[in-house]
Design a protein around this ligand. Structure first.
Ligand SMILES: CC(C)(COP(=O)(O)OP(=O)(O)OC[C@H]1O[C@@H](n2cnc3c(N)ncnc32)[C@H](O)[C@@H]1OP(=O)(O)O)[C@@H](O)C(=O)NCCC(=O)NCCS
Length: 151
């Protein structure tokens, strides 16, 4: 079980990020969008690296003018799940959002994604809205949010 260190993603991580994306079902990020987010001042693409591998990553979007940050994607290598890496990634995304002056974090999750829903609810996220047919395959979603500041 390699020790894991958080850092910003770099171009050399791209193959590992694409491989991680390919291992779970859903709407996937293309190589092109990964590259765009890597270079964008309005995105944070961060990885947990260990043993010379990418064990997990997240993509946080910081749209200009919004009080919210949006967690666009988060994933842990299937072989590394269940040992707190997802929780570490989520906590890091929150730190990045706070450092960027955002009041809270929002995200969308598939209604049938029990592991991710459990992760978010354990971290204090609350359901904001149902998103019927939100996903490309017609799957339903939920919008979740956690706010740490504001009126
Ligand atoms: C969701 C995901 C990132 C969780 O990563 P992880 O490293 O396994 O999660 P952690 O070990 O940090 O778990 C933290 C908490 O989340 C909850 N949790 C995580 N996986 C769970 C599961 N399979 N069943 C129930 N609860 C789960 C638990 O509350 C857990 O705390 P605990 O271990 O103290 O009980 C991982 O399952 C994954 O990569 N899934 C595929 C990609 C995905 O669905 N991303 C979300 C898209 S919105």
């Amino acid at each position: 079980m390699p020790a894991a260190r958080l850092r910003s993603a770099r171009a050399a991580d791209l193959p590992a990020l694409l491989a991680l994306e390919a291992r779970f079902p859903g709407d996937r990020l293309s190589p092109r969008s990964f590259r765009r987010h890597l270079a964008s001042p309005n995105a944070r693409l961060r990885v947990l690296a260990g043993g010379g591998r990418v064990l997990g990553y997240y993509l946080l979007l910081l749209r200009r003018g919004s009080a919210w940050a949006r967690l666009y994607s988060i994933a842990v290598d299937p072989a590394e799940r269940g040992r707190g890496l997802g929780r570490r990634l989520l906590a890091d995304a929150e730190r990045q959002a706070r450092a960027a002056g955002r009041d809270g974090l929002r995200l969308e999750v598939r209604a049938d994604n029990g592991a991710a829903i459990a992760l978010y609810e354990a971290a204090g996220y609350r359901r904001l809205a149902a998103l019927p047919g939100y996903y490309q395959d017609g799957g339903n979603g939920w919008r979740y949010a956690r706010r740490w500041q504001g009126p």
